[in-house]
Design a protein around this ligand. Structure first.
Ligand SMILES: Nc1ncnc2c1ncn2[C@@H]1O[C@H](COP(=O)(O)OP(=O)(O)OP(=O)(O)O)[C@@H](O)[C@H]1O
Ligand SMILES: [Mg+2]
Length: 280
């Protein structure tokens, strides 16, 4: 039987909120969906509870990239929004064999309009209570429906490649995020960083002003086959440099979070000393 004190502690203990990672890019076709599904599965392999929100509401293809036939989509969740709680929301996820849960995008582009700033906030709050990480795929650029997804994110991963047009637009999008006071949350990912280009990957930090980007190698065969057969390459191509770079990223993201959580939950060195001297 739990004592009164234990019960009260249970009530007072704040629920630990999961971390939201939003993946975006200033150009289409840069690799957001490939990154979303592989990062999610890589994190799930570390024994954490992981969900994906397909925030590309109009043409989302996370379901395709994971070979999921989603019985329900975010449209069903929105129809049920007044009665929504953790349990009802859970019944709308599709489950990938890795353990990752996916809240799919609507099956018709016109339904994308049903998603509003308010209902997506409510859905995300519930998801963040239930999962360690919520990974969000987005539409290209910073549209009205993408903005709430970057504002609410704990980390924004901005994908670019080595093409001049992508870099130009990425720089502009980073400037916009700076204006919105969101720049601090952004980490750049240079996708296809080993591809032949007049711009080399080592030039990108100076161009974008981000000096600690993640580098993901170019491997079109593995990436495109994985998308086409609907098996994230971290599942069955774990030994490739491409998959290894995603595992490395997952490791870096989680260790950064552990430092943050440890930092907030542990009393500081000085406060420990202070308490000890009060006791003696
Ligand atoms: N690291 C990589 N190396 C080689 N090819 C890649 C890599 N990452 C992604 N691709 C390829 O880039 C193409 C686009 O990938 P993906 O669909 O993930 O991009 P996206 O940004 O989600 O596109 P969209 O704007 O259509 O949503 C795919 O053909 C994929 O195989
Ligand atoms: Mg996509």
């Amino acid at each position: 039987m739990t004592s009164k004190v234990e019960e009260q502690n249970e009530i007072k203990k704040p629920k630990r909120r999961g971390e939201m990672i939003t993946i975006c890019s200033a150009k289409g076709g840069v690799g957001r969906t490939v990154m979303t599904v592989n990062l999610a599965v890589a994190l799930c392999k570390k024994n954490m509870k992981i969900a994906i929100l397909d925030g590309d509401y109009m043409f989302g293809d996370v379901g395709l990239a994971m070979d999921l036939q989603s019985a329900f989509t975010i449209k069903n969740v929105i129809e049920d929004i007044d009665d929504l709680d953790e349990v009802t929301l859970a019944s709308y996820f599709s489950k990938h064999e890795s353990g990752v849960r996916v809240l799919a995008a609507p099956d018709r582009p016109e339904y994308s309009e049903l998603v509003t700033k308010d209902n997506i906030q409510q859905i995300l709050d519930l998801m963040l209570e239930a999962f360690d990480y919520v990974i969000v795929d987005t539409n290209v650029g910073l549209h009205d429906q993408t903005l709430p997804l970057v504002e609410k994110a704990d980390q924004i991963l901005m994908l670019t490649n080595l093409e001049m047009a992508t870099l130009k637009n990425t720089k502009l999008m980073l400037e916009t995020l700076e204006t919105l006071d969101l720049r601090e949350k952004v980490n750049t990912i240079i996708n296809r960083s080993t591809m032949e280009s007049v711009i080399s990957a080592s030039d990108v930090p100076d161009i974008l002003g981000d000096y600690e980007p993640h580098y993901i190698p170019n491997d079109f065969q593995v990436a495109s086959q994985s998308l086409n057969i609907g098996i994230p390459f971290v599942v069955n191509q774990g030994k490739t440099e491409l998959a290894k770079s995603i595992f490395k990223m997952a490791e870096q993201l989680t260790s950064r979070r552990e430092i943050k959580v440890y930092g907030t939950e542990q009393p500081s060195f000085l406060s420990k000393i202070f308490q000890r001297s009060k006791r003696s």
